[in-house]
Ligand binder design. Structure first.
Ligand SMILES: [Zn+2]
Length: 242
């Protein structure tokens, strides 16, 4: 028997009555646990094993088949607000997808980042801003963060007019061959978020359209340079638009 504390990232149906539960364990990465009978209404495991919940897991290791059997689990942190608010819930699901994808490359950092983000998401009135800062952190973790200290092509710090995903950051009017340009307000917000930490959140103001554009751009950066995305992004952005 082994006991670990972890965050539930993913739950998949397995066979008729069972589930496979992927949890993120600090300094260890992802463990996939076999939850026998979890699909039955009578299962005691199911209630303490929901997406983005922090729980204490008792695992039995089966050496023969290298299967980790989930024996019991008890809830440590529910994140109730994240379950009752649709936007928060969507953000929580999306950040679990990103945590899953980067967990091999950033074993030491990803647990703390995910846990901190869920705690802040639970209390915040600005879930879209939390998500934007989280995506920026993920981009940094995998080394694909946008360059926003000047034009990525010529280095100029004046006449910045757009964010180019293809080039990897800000571009100036001289280097802009794409024909599109962004508003000053958006460019300012994008840079602020690329420099932000959760501690600075209170001082960041934004309009809904600008933050949606920032989210779209960060999502595209991580997809293009890290080949990582979340299926939930589309629905989340739809909800934020409406
Ligand atoms: Zn330039």
């Amino acid at each position: 028997m082994r006991e670990v504390e972890g965050i539930v990232l993913r739950i998949q149906d397995y066979k008729e009555n069972d589930k496979l539960v992927s949890i993120l364990v600090k300094n260890e990465g992802i463990l996939t646990l076999y939850g026998r009978g979890m699909n039955k209404i009578t299962s005691k495991l199911a209630a303490s094993c929901l997406p983005f919940m922090v729980s204490h897991f008792v695992i039995e290791e089966n050496d023969v088949k290298s299967i980790l059997q989930l024996r019991s689990c008890s809830r440590i942190k529910l994140f109730r607000n994240c379950r009752e608010d649709l936007v928060k819930q969507m953000v929580a699901m999306c950040i679990c997808d990103y945590a899953y994808a980067v967990s091999k490359d950033a074993i030491d950092e990803v647990y703390d980042l995910l846990y901190e983000t869920l705690c802040i998401l639970e209390e915040t009135k600005a879930p879209e801003l939390v998500y934007a800062i989280f995506l920026k952190e993920i981009a940094e973790l995998i080394g694909v963060e946008p360059q926003v200290d000047g034009c990525i092509i010529c280095g100029s710090t004046s006449r910045i007019c757009a964010v180019s995903i293809n080039d990897g950051g800000f571009i100036c009017e001289n280097c802009n061959s794409y024909g599109y340009r962004s508003s000053k307000e958006y460019l300012y917000l994008f840079r602020v978020i690329c420099k932000a930490r959760y501690e600075n959140m209170e001082s960041i103001t934004y309009s809904q359209n600008e933050i949606i554009e920032v989210l779209n751009t960060l999502i595209a950066f991580i997809k293009q340079y890290g080949s990582i995305m979340s299926k939930g992004n589309e629905l989340l952005l739809d909800i934020l638009h409406s």
